[in-house]
Ligand binder design. Structure first.
Ligand SMILES: *Cc1c(COP(=O)(O)O)cnc(C)c1O
Length: 452
């Protein structure tokens, strides 16, 4: 199994190579050269635990890592989740199920991929005998999940930049109160884009990258997409048999990583119905799926900040399939989009529809769900609860715990959501390393603290 770039100008990579470099050198995203079929495996997978299912799935995608080792890796990756099911599927009504993806250490779905990615980094370090410096920028959830995937892992140091004062207080505490000496939480002045620009500049310095053995943590690593496929299969196997063929997965969406994973499992032969891309007021993807036009607007901050995105970085993976796997066409379209040209894409058909939710509606939906079902949801998950399919079963992917967003949830329900891990954070010491938003400052800091 080899991995090719959506833009076709990178030699095929093995799984481990693709995971290590993240972004393909030609600027494209990695995808399996050919998707394996899982259709005939599904019956035998129904009795497996979550970690066992993940191991069997990854064995198909990275046979260079022995099956036994995959079982060890996934058992460890999912051992820190606080539900025995890892991803419990909750029935709300006969027609509506919720897949709770927030039982990991940072209470958001990104733990599913980043707990595993931390262990894959550690494995590389052991194989190569060389320390690794992981660098990334975050607006909140990815940074905290990445830190919790890497903290305490021998041979890895992790450096996460975030815009000072612009991440939620609890998210900052998840990054800065770990007590781990291989974790560096770095607030910088400005916005997320400033933090992101500094990280990109650091990666642009090839000598520096080599000197500290730098690796990027971002939303486009193929290991993240594949790790997210597993819970779609897990949920599908737990539905009543008569619901499986038509079920609609409803996915609160920002960068298109989560819903892309679901769609890929369908392409691999999991016979499900469809996917709904649920956006907040930052609705570039809703506009695309409803009109065919893909045009960026300004980001409008919302109650669901992890979906405040106007350039969905994983969307290029879908474009690759939409354009008949024609890599040259993908490359040209991406170049034109980057130049700000208006491009018309082929209309997507079949498996996707989309919805959008105004910011004013989000607290109302949280209140309604509490009133009707005594079920508390977070503002990202709330975006899914509109225009439910009337005639078949829906599975809503719940992407974060309500306890991560206490202000809006308390106002909507009258009850303050809590979680023991967040309570503990409130009294831990905050350790940050504030610096200027310049590549010089960050590189100097890494040269001092990262020893390859
Ligand atoms: C990251 C995130 C999303 C968006 O997921 P994508 O894969 O970027 O579409 C939604 N909700 C929460 C809570 C998140 O952290």
């Amino acid at each position: 199994m080899l991995y090719i770039s959506t833009r076709g100008q990178t030699r095929p990579h093995t799984f481990s190579e693709a995971v290590e470099v993240g972004l393909a050198p030609d600027g494209g995203l990695f995808l399996p050269e050919k998707l394996p079929s899982i259709a005939e495996k599904l019956p035998s997978w129904s009795g497996l635990s979550y970690a066992q299912l993940a191991a069997e799935f990854f064995t198909l995608f990275a046979p260079e890592i022995p099956r036994e080792e995959w079982h060890t890796l996934t058992a460890q990756a999912y051992s820190r989740f606080d539900s025995p099911d890892v991803a419990p599927l909750r029935k709300i009504t006969d027609k509506t199920y919720v897949l709770e993806l927030w039982h990991g250490p940072t209470l958001a779905f990104k733990d599913f991929a980043l707990q595993l990615l931390g262990l894959l980094y550690k494995r590389q370090v052991q194989l190569k005998g060389k320390k690794l410096a992981v660098l990334g920028a975050t607006s909140g959830d990815t940074g905290s999940a990445a830190i919790h995937g890497c903290m305490g892992q021998e041979g890895i140091q992790i450096f996460i930049l975030y815009p000072n004062g612009r991440v939620a207080p609890l998210q900052e505490r998840q990054m800065a109160c770990t007590g781990a000496d291989n974790v560096f939480a770095i607030p910088v002045p400005g916005t997320f884009d400033d933090a992101q620009r500094v990280v990109k500049e650091c990666f642009g310095d090839v000598d520096f990258v080599r000197a500290v053995n730098l690796s990027a943590v971002n939303s486009i690593n193929i290991a993240r997409v594949l790790a997210q496929c597993v819970y779609y299969i897990w949920a599908w196997l737990r539905l009543p048999e008569e619901a499986r063929a038509t079920v609609e997965f409803v996915v609160p969406t920002g960068n298109f990583g989560n819903v892309m994973a679901g769609w890929l499992t369908q392409q691999m032969g999991m016979p499900c119905g469809s996917f709904r891309v649920a956006t907040n007021q930052n609705d570039i993807l809703h506009r695309f799926f409803s009109t065919g036009e893909y045009r960026q607007g300004e980001v409008q901050p919302s109650h669901a900040p992890s979906m405040d995105i106007q350039a969905a970085s994983n969307f290029e993976r879908y474009l690759y399939y939409l354009m008949g796997q024609d890599q040259e066409r993908v490359r040209q379209v991406m170049v034109r989009m980057k130049a700000g040209e208006r491009v018309t894409l082929p209309r997507s058909q079949g498996s996707f529809r989309s919805t959008r939710m105004d910011d004013d509606t989000i607290p109302k939906v949280i209140a309604q769900m509490w009133q009707d079902w005594q079920y508390v949801i977070d503002p990202h998950t709330a975006c899914a609860f509109t225009d439910m399919a009337p005639d078949r079963v829906s599975v809503v992917l719940s992407t974060a715990s309500p306890a991560k967003f206490p202000e809006v949830v308390t106002e909507a329900t009258g009850h303050e959501p809590t979680h023991p891990s967040l309570e503990a954070l409130k009294s831990s010491a905050l350790v940050t390393h504030p610096m200027d938003a310049t590549a010089e400052a960050v590189k100097a800091f890494l040269r001092e603290h990262a020893t390859a």
